[in-house]
Design a protein. Structure first.
Length: 421
């Protein structure tokens, strides 16, 4: 009961903070603020204000959860296919079609052991998706990729050894600093996209990616502080995005201070924060993991998200024709007819999708309301026994993803440790 009271109180406080002084009844069916947000969303879409539209849509989805929590009701879920609400990227569809043709020819050069998808323009605010070329049953492999068809640390080093000894040396230095290879892949993307450009062997893929101008329209990494405050007032996601931006800014300062990196990439590339943030956003939004390593995967990264089926996973499997060789395999999580778009379930809440990908899913079954600000103070009863506290909690400043009974129990566990109950 204590946990539920605290949770309801927190939700109501967030709602009232969001209302900026507007009195209201906390009722999803009679919510003046919700009506106001929906009206603003329609107006933003009509006037092509992409940043405002995606932020308002996020606020609406978060508010649904907060209202439900404040009233101690279960959050309803829609079993129908979840619509993906993505920003309207102002790309010319004719140019995209031409780029897709070039990209498809590029993919053919890899001789993929299995490939049952192809890229197409989606429309309705979504640039490109992957569509089935034949019927896919649940569990069918629809793509398998040899190491040469993906951009990982090893392939980046191999390509750099052929194009630029200086780049190879730079990447090897950074490969010793991180396990996940983020900085290695970031530097490689910057070099291939902005230094080599059309001369890069990866150009047909790079040319298909959103441009800096596209990302500026919808990705929170490019939002100004004023825009974040304006669009996300009253939401803990505001602080989450601030930390994300701060991390990218600190990463940029650190790498931009590397004189050798500036020599290899050129100051016009490395010192350009927009280009640096472009590479960060591409890596954050498109990386696919297997064997504990990050990869950029042309074609597979065009598969869009929804909330259905099993969580997306890619595994290394032995090649049927040569068991000594391993390929990265992704299998269908649901049946897909020829010509239908293939979707994968990212199983992430909207605040993560919004911050790192720049889109949200309406009625996302994995969505939650981000709750921050709770911490263990040195004067709290639970802080008296440090060893006990460390054994109970992984963090004394946790964040909570409030969604269902399990998240309430996690909050209760923290409160019991905090107050030594």
């Amino acid at each position: 009961k204590l946990v539920r009271r605290v949770l309801r109180k927190a939700a109501r406080a967030l709602i009232r903070e969001d209302d900026s002084g507007i009195e209201m009844v906390i009722d999803s069916g009679n919510d003046s603020k919700m009506d106001q947000l929906r009206s603003q969303l329609l107006e933003a879409r009509e006037h092509g204000k992409e940043q405002l539209a995606i932020a308002l849509q996020f606020r609406i989805e978060e508010r649904k959860i907060l209202v439900s929590v404040a009233n101690s009701r279960e959050i309803p879920h829609d079993d129908n296919r979840l619509d993906q609400s993505m920003m309207h990227l102002r790309s010319n569809e004719t140019e995209l079609d031409e780029s897709i043709l070039e990209f498809k020819a590029f993919v053919e050069t890899f001789g993929l052991p299995v490939n049952k998808i192809e890229p197409k323009v989606v429309g309705n605010g979504i640039r490109i998706g992957a569509f089935a070329t034949e019927f896919l049953n649940v569990g069918d492999a629809y793509i398998s990729l040899p190491p040469t068809a993906v951009i990982g640390v090893d392939t980046a080093l191999a390509h750099a050894s052929k194009t630029s000894p200086d780049l190879e040396f730079l990447l090897r230095q950074y490969s010793k600093q991180q396990r996940d290879g983020f900085n290695v892949l970031l530097l490689f993307l910057l070099h291939e996209r902005f230094v080599l450009g059309k001369k890069s062997v990866w150009w047909p893929y790079l040319n298909l990616l959103p441009k800096v101008s596209d990302l500026r329209d919808f990705h929170p990494l490019f939002f100004s502080e004023q825009e974040i405050d304006k669009y996300l007032a009253g939401s803990d996601v505001r602080k989450y995005i601030y930390r994300y931006q701060q991390g990218a800014s600190e990463r940029h300062k650190a790498i931009a201070s590397d004189i050798f990196a500036a020599q290899v990439l050129g100051g016009d590339v490395l010192f350009d924060k927009n280009k640096f943030y472009w590479a960060c956003a591409i890596l954050d939004g498109r990386s696919i993991w297997w064997e504990g390593e990050r990869h950029i995967v042309p074609l597979l990264d065009l598969v869009n998200a929804d909330g259905n089926g099993k969580v997306h996973e890619t595994y290394l499997e032995a090649l049927d024709s040569d068991p000594s060789q391993k390929v990265a395999v992704t299998r269908a999580s649901r049946a897909v007819n020829p010509g239908e778009q293939v979707f994968e379930n990212y199983a992430q809440p909207n605040y993560v999708l919004f911050t790192h990908h720049g889109f949200i899913l309406e009625d996302n079954p994995d969505d939650c309301a981000l709750l921050e600000g709770l911490f263990v103070h040195r004067n709290d009863p639970g802080a008296a026994d440090v060893h006990r506290l460390r054994s109970l909690l992984r963090s004394t400043t946790p964040t909570f993803c409030i969604r269902a009974e399990e998240s309430v129990l996690q909050l209760g566990h923290f409160l019991r440790a905090k107050y030594a109950l």
